[in-house]
Design a protein around this ligand. Structure first.
Ligand code: NAP
Length: 211
């Protein structure tokens, strides 16, 4: 019923065995194996929009483009309350339509991107999902990072979670994890998605959960 008004949301993320999605240095790190990347490309080719948080733009500068040869150009969405997306960011290269979602207080504008101002202080993700739905987005792929994934899960906006656990231990108390943010205070509050499947891929294990 919820999908009558909101996009179907798929979160995709690659993590180490110990749940980190980047090393403490936060340098751009490819945890996905070639086989996993192939799967992620297929997800990108199928969705109407691809969303990341500003932390991911600042750390990794992702292009958020559908794979070469794909006819579709998914909308690129950056959740960026204070308008910190760098002018040189790949998401502002004009290679595909881009939407920057800021808070209502933010005045920033960007070349090659539309801006929507939703929420006080930080971006209201529920309003953003409604806005995306109004723009014709039926399926949304969320590609991180940890703060956005936690907020999306906590707001009960996520339908499917694909987690590739690479055969590596990264460690580090301050390394970002699959779900950061404030966290759920107690186990009783935690989100409990249903297990769908696990598959051994080259270099790691793919887990699929449904909320
Ligand atoms: N392995 C993987 O699959 C993968 C994928 C993506 C990213 N990463 C890694 O993840 C790290 C970045 O993650 P991150 O957690 O720092 O950043 P993030 O989740 O990409 O972005 C978080 C930022 O979004 C903004 N924001 C606005 N509204 C929000 C809301 N309602 N809820 C949460 N955040 C909101 C906040 O900044 P403002 O208040 O300034 O708006 C917040 O700091 C990088 O190290 C990157 O390499 C890994």
């Amino acid at each position: 019923l919820r999908h009558a008004v909101r996009p179907k949301v798929t979160v995709n993320c690659a993590a180490s065995i110990d749940g980190k999605i980047a090393p403490t240095s936060r340098v751009q790190t490819r945890l996905s194996s070639p086989a996993d990347l192939e799967r992620v490309r297929a997800l990108r080719a199928e969705c109407d929009a691809i969303l990341v948080g500003i932390g991911t733009v600042l750390a990794d500068d992702p292009g958020l483009l559908a794979p070469q040869g794909s006819e579709r150009k998914p909308l690129r969405v950056v959740v960026d309350s204070r308008g910190r997306t760098p002018r040189s960011a790949k998401v502002l290269d004009g290679g595909a339509p881009t939407l920057v979602a800021t808070s209502v207080e933010c005045q920033a504008n960007f070349a090659n991107a539309e801006v929507v101002r939703l929420g006080r202080g930080k971006v209201d993700l529920i309003k953003l999902m409604d806005e995306l739905h109004d723009r014709g987005v039926k399926s949304l792929l969320v590609e991180g990072g940890g703060a956005i994934i936690f907020s999306m899960v906590a707001a009960k906006l996520v339908d499917d979670l694909f987690l590739f656990i690479a055969d590596v231990v990264l460690g580090g108390r301050d390394a970002p994890t699959v779900a950061d943010g404030s966290g759920f205070p107690r186990l009783e509050d935690a989100a409990r998605p249903m297990f769908v499947s696990s598959t051994r891929l080259d270099g790691g294990t793919l887990m699929h959960y449904r909320f």
